[in-house]
Write a protein that binds this ligand. Structure first.
Ligand code: AMP
Length: 281
């Protein structure tokens, strides 16, 4: 496995692979890899000749009061996992490599970025679209793999690719959960043992919401109220949002009469903000 820290280095290998006719899969991550990431890498490995995993905590997608400085990192463990999974290149650049002095170009998708996480994280998705665009160009990947765990991100990246004619296919992959249902996340490590148990309320609430929708409930407000009530029954949980949006433009709906995304963001304790969701197509 190659560990590359410069863009030039990755491009050198990509050029060689392209010459030999290999297909390339890209898995963009911020590191501190877990089984959620592993599922993306495995899928990429099964569909592409060569797999590049980017391991980069992207500073421009964090707001000034967010957890950039404390975001968990363990590059050695990441490399070990990537190697086990047959990754060809781990791309691990410094921020100064990705954003050279005088960097002034950004990519963004409006409308889809306006609701859900876009409300409390106004610069987040432009940061994501910008870094992902750079990674698409650097890797020249045929396919890129994203988790439904970050459903809004998945929808936005797909739309960016469609709108701006990127020559890449975006593959959405299901949410990988702990045995008790908590969605796997690098940020779960911030939780104390007590909070970890209480964080289960997200999954519990969403399971109930999904049951209602699948049973034919059309009133989005009613589902939202039921989900909120369950989350609010847990005193350490503080809701950032509980929303139902259409699974196309990501705009709020009152009546459920097409594909929807129900998404929640909840603070557990003072600082840990967790997200989870379900989609009913
Ligand atoms: P991150 O490192 O958190 O930026 O995540 C990198 C990629 O892994 C994103 O496409 C995420 O949606 C995906 N991912 C993170 N957690 C999970 C999970 N529990 N299940 C599936 N995919 C995930």
């Amino acid at each position: 496995m190659i560990v590359a820290t410069t863009i030039e280095d990755v491009k050198k290998y990509v050029k060689e692979w392209k010459k030999q006719g290999f297909s390339i899969g890209l898995v963009p991550t911020m590191g501190y890899l877990h089984e959620g990431h592993a599922s993306l890498i495995k899928r990429a490995k099964s569909e592409c000749d060569k797999v590049i995993v980017s391991d980069f905590v992207n500073p421009i997608q964090f707001g000034p009061k967010e957890d950039l400085a404390t975001y968990p990192r363990d590059f050695d463990a990441d490399c070990k996992l990537c190697e086990e999974l047959g990754t060809d290149i781990v791309f691990h650049p410094e921020p100064s490599e990705m954003y050279r002095e005088g960097f002034h170009s950004y990519v963004g998708v409006d409308v889809l970025s306006s609701e859900l996480c876009g409300k409390s994280r106004p610069i987040h998705f432009n940061g994501v679209c910008t870094v992902v665009s750079k990674l698409f160009h650097i890797s020249e990947a045929d396919k890129a793999y994203f988790g439904q765990k970050d459903a809004q991100q998945l929808a936005i990246v797909k739309r960016m690719v469609r709108d701006l004619n990127f020559n890449i296919e975006i593959i959405g992959c299901p949410i990988i959960r702990e045995e008790d249902g908590l969605a796997k996340s690098s940020r779960n490590t911030y939780l104390s043992a007590g909070e970890r148990k209480k964080a289960l309320v997200l999954h519990k609430a969403l399971t109930e919401g999904e049951k209602m929708v699948r049973a034919g409930e059309k009133d989005a407000g009613k589902v939202i109220r039921a989900v909120r009530e369950i989350i609010e029954s847990e005193p350490v949980a503080r809701i950032d949002y509980v929303e139902i949006v259409d699974w196309n433009e990501l705009q709020k709906v009152d009546i459920i009469d097409g594909p929807i995304l129900m998404a929640v963001a909840v603070f557990i304790g003072e600082k840990v903000r967790l997200i989870d969701n379900f989609i009913v197509e």
